[in-house]
Design a protein around this ligand. Structure first.
Ligand code: DGL
Length: 258
């Protein structure tokens, strides 16, 4: 089964590029279209209805661009809107959720930490999943302020270090051995997080798993491209500077109203 249509990916901003990188690494021939809805970031503080409306707006645009499947590269949008997206649209969706299962299953201290947005942590989907691991203590922490700092290019700022320290110290004190990054922006903070966490705490995110799921879906239902020279395209509805930098100036970033 061949299918040369592009894969559509969206996030509230630049963070979902951490997922895009995993997909592009695993499936380098696939054409991809990425929407950075930075104008509306952060989604994490919005209501469920607002997140659903924004997710539908992004989906409508990706469908107009002829995408064959959509990766919701945002934990907040997935945990609040994927059900509604699947009900409304006749196209396959892949979502991203905090990787509670591998952390809870492998934890020796039976204590894990989850750093995610408020929208994710209060969602029904997240709480249903968390309830399945009753014998693990799960410490939830909202990453207040982290996404706006990343979106404004202040990833390595003293403010960022300060915030991360205040969120992670109580988890270290509670003896976690796994830290789950439950927001697609946060993998960009791993170098800084590693400086704060002791070596025995593992950091996990869901990027690689989402890429593998995308590969499986293409194989089983949607079809791989036959093209050999893929051309990733990135759209942003805000200042393109930080998005360009995060992509190491290697790809076209187009400014567009959406
Ligand atoms: N990157 C998003 C996530 O994975 C949302 C960040 C935000 O806009 O609050 O949750």
């Amino acid at each position: 089964m061949d299918n040369n249509q592009p894969i559509g990916i969206f996030d509230s901003g630049i963070g979902g590029t951490s997922i895009w990188k995993e997909i592009h690494h695993l499936l380098p021939n696939e054409n991809t279209i990425y929407l950075a809805d930075s104008k509306n970031a952060p989604y994490g503080q919005k209501t469920k209805d607002e997140i659903i409306a924004l997710s539908m707006k992004n989906t409508d645009l990706l469908l107009k661009m002829n995408c064959k499947l959509i990766v919701v590269a945002c934990n907040t949008a997935t945990t609040n809107a994927i059900k509604e997206l699947r009900e409304k649209y006749d196209i396959p969706f892949i979502g991203i959720e905090p990787a509670i299962k591998p952390a809870a299953t492998n934890s020796k201290t039976r204590t894990i930490g989850i750093l995610a947005t408020q929208g994710t942590l209060i969602s029904e989907l997240f709480n249903k999943t968390a309830q399945q691991f009753k014998n693990t203590k799960i410490i939830n922490q909202v990453g207040h302020g982290l996404v706006p700092l990343i979106e404004s290019g202040k990833m390595n700022s003293p403010e960022m270090t300060e915030l991360l320290r205040s969120y992670l110290t109580p988890m270290i004190d509670a003896n976690i051995d796994y830290l789950v990054l439950g927001c697609s922006h946060y993998p960009y903070l791993i170098p800084q997080i590693k400086k704060i966490l002791p070596n025995n705490i593992q950091i996990i995110d869901s990027g690689e798993a989402v890429a593998k799921q995308t590969q499986n879906l293409l194989k089983e239902k949607v079809g791989f491209t036959t093209e050999k020279n893929s051309k990733p395209i990135f759209y942003t509805n805000s200042d393109p500077k930080v998005l360009r930098e995060i992509l190491e100036n290697k790809y076209d970033v187009i400014e567009k109203e959406f």
